[in-house]
Ligand binder design. Structure first.
Ligand code: S3P
Length: 434
C-alpha cells in the first residue's frame, strides 16, 4: 500500500546556543601541551572520538593527562624527555588528524611507534606526510611503501629542510611544523594554497617563533612550546550544521555563541552569503590567538551560487551541509576544486550525490566536486552515511525540511566530532531545555 505524503511540522531554530570545542584546535592543544615542559590547562576540549584518540595517543607516549567530565584537561608535559616509545600500537580510529599530525612527533621519539586505524582511515593517503618526514631523516615504513596504515616509525634525529607541499593540507603542514620544532635547523613548508593556520597560531601563542612569508611557514628547531592555558572556541564545522538548519527552516533566528571565526575556517559563511543567506558575525574576543565571535542566522530564501575553487580549503569540511543548502536554493550551485573530498572519511562526493538523489534532490558528480540544482522538495528515504560523521549530520539537516523522515544508516558515527549534535539541535528547536 502506498503511504500518503506526510508533511512534518518544522520547528524553527531560535535563541542562543553554543557548540562544543573545535576539533582541529583540540588536537593541536593536546599535542602542543605534550611537547611543553610543565602543566597545561585546556578547557572546552572537543569530546568526540577523534580527539579522544589523540588524547589516548599522547598518554601512550608517556604524558600524564588529567581530565574531568567538563571537557577540561590538564596535561603534564615534560618536553621531549617525557616522550617515550609506546607499549603497543597507537589506534587513531577514524581520525586522520591524529595520525598525520602525530607522525611529526613520533618521528623524533627514540624507539618504535606504530599507528593503526579503522577501515576508513586504513585506506586514506599517508605518503603526503610520510614522504616529507623521510626527507627530514625520519624512518617510516607502512603498507604500499608508506602510503597506507599501519605505519611503523623508528624515531630519531631530524634535520630541518624546505618542503613544497603537493596538496594544501593543514594536517601535513602541522606534522612538519611539529617535526620542525623537534629537528635541528630550519624547516620551511611551502603551501600550494592556504590551509587552516591553527598550528601556527597556537605555537606562536606558546612562544615558538613561527614565521610566515607569503606561502611559506618556517620554524627553527629545536624549539619547544611553553605550557598552554587556553579555552578552545566552539567548532565552526559543527556550527555549520546549525547555520544551514536555521537558514532552511522557516521562522528561524538563531545565534551561535563563542564560535571560532578564524578566516581560514569561515568560507562556508561567505559561500552561503553569496547564495543570499542572512548571516551576521560579530567578533567578541580572542582565545589562544584565535578570533571568537557569535553568529546570527535568520532563515533565508537561497539562490544557487558557485564558490571560488581557490577558497575550498576554508570550507572543505562544510561541503556536505553546503550541498544540502544547495538543494533548497533556486538554480545551480557548482563546487569545484574539491577533489580532496574523495579521500576524506569516505568519498564524500559519491556519498552526497547518492544521498541527495535518494531524497529527491538533483545532484551530479564531478571528479573534483559536484553540481546541485534546486530548489527541489526533499522526501523521506534511507540514506547511507557510510560511517562519515559529516555526511550523517548533513542528511539530518536535510531531514528537517524533508516531507518525511530520512533514516540515516551508521548514525553513531556522529560521535567522531559532535556527539552532542542531537541535543544542541533539540535545544535550538526548543524541544530540550537542559
Ligand atoms: C584538518 C585539516 C583538514 C580537514 C580535517 C581537519 C586539521 O584536512 O579536512 O577535517 O585539523 O588540520 P587536510 O589537512 O587533509 O586538508
Amino acid at each position: 500500500m502506498r503511504r500518503g505524503r506526510r508533511t512534518k511540522t518544522r520547528l524553527p531554530l531560535t535563541g542562543r546556543i553554543s557548540v562544543p570545542g573545535d576539533k582541529s584546535i583540540s588536537h593541536r592543544a593536546l599535542i602542543v601541551a605534550a611537547l611543553a615542559e610543565g602543566r597545561s590547562s585546556v578547557r572546552g576540549l572537543n569530546s568526540g572520538a577523534d580527539v579522544r584518540a589523540t588524547l589516548a595517543a599522547v598518554e601512550a607516549l608517556g604524558v600524564r593527562v588529567a581530565y574531568d567530565d567538563n571537557y577540561q584537561v590538564q596535561v603534564y608535559g615534560e618536553g621531549m624527555g617525557g616522550l617515550r616509545e609506546p607499549g603497543g600500537p597507537i589506534d587513531a580510529g577514524n581520525s586522520g588528524t591524529t595520525v598525520r599530525t602525530m607522525l611529526g612527533v613520533a618521528a623524533a621519539i627514540e624507539g618504535l611507534t606504530v599507528f593503526i586505524g579503522d577501515r576508513s582511515l586504513s585506506e586514506r593517503p599517508m605518503l603526503r606526510v610520510v614522504a616529507p618526514l623521510r626527507q627530514m631523516g625520519a624512518r617510516i615504513d607502512g603498507r604500499a611503501n608508506g602510503e597506507l596504515l599501519p605505519l611503523v616509525v623508528r624515531g630519531g634525529a631530524l634535520r630541518g629542510v624546505d618542503i613544497e607541499l603537493s596538496v594544501a593540507s593543514a594536517q601535513v603542514k602541522t606534522a612538519l611544523l611539529f617535526a620542525g620544532c623537534l629537528a635541528t635547523g630550519t624547516t620551511s613548508v611551502i603551501e600550494p594554497g592556504p590551509s587552516r593556520d591553527h598550528t601556527e597560531r597556537m605555537l606562536s601563542a606558546a612562544g615558538v617563533a613561527v614565521v610566515r612569508s607569503g606561502t611559506t611557514v618556517s620554524v627553527d628547531g629545536p624549539q619547544l612550546p611553553a605550557p598552554l592555558n587556553v579555552r578552545v572556541p566552539g567548532d565552526m564545522s559543527s556550527a555549520a550544521f546549525l547555520i544551514v538548519a536555521a537558514l532552511l527552516v522557516e521562522g528561524s533566528d538563531l545565534t551561535i555563541e563563542d564560535v571560532g571565526i578564524n578566516p581560514t575556517r569561515t568560507g562556508l559563511i561567505d559561500a552561503l552569503r553569496a547564495m543570499g543567506a542572512d548571516i551576521e558575525v560579530i567578533e567578541t574576543g580572542t582565545e589562544g590567538g584565535e578570533p571568537v565571535g557569535s553568529i546570527r542566522v535568520r532563515s533565508s530564501a537561497l539562490v544557487g551560487a558557485s564558490p571560488d575553487p581557490a577558497a575550498v580549503p576554508t570550507f572543505i569540511d562544510e561541503i556536505p551541509v553546503l550541498a544540502i543548502a544547495a538543494t533548497q536554493a533556486e538554480g545551480e550551485t557548482t563546487i569545484r576544486g574539491a577533489s580532496e573530498l574523495r579521500v576524506k572519511e569516505t568519498d564524500r562526493i559519491s556519498a552526497l550525490v547518492e544521498g541527495i538523489t535518494a531524497i529527491g534532490g538533483r545532484a551530479e558528480a564531478h571528479p573534483d566536486g559536484m553540481t546541485v540544482t534546486g530548489s527541489t522538495p526533499l522526501r523521506g528515504a534511507d540514506v547511507d552515511s557510510l560511517g562519515d560523521h559529516r555526511v550523517a549530520m548533513a542528511f539530518a539537516v536535510a531531514g528537517l525540511v524533508a516531507d518525511d523522515n530520512i533514516r540515516i544508516a551508521k548514525w553513531s558515527c556522529v560521535d567522531t566530532s559532535f556527539p552532542e549534535f542531537l541535543d544542541v539541535l533539540g535545544r535550538a528547536q526548543g524541544r530540550l531545555t537542559a
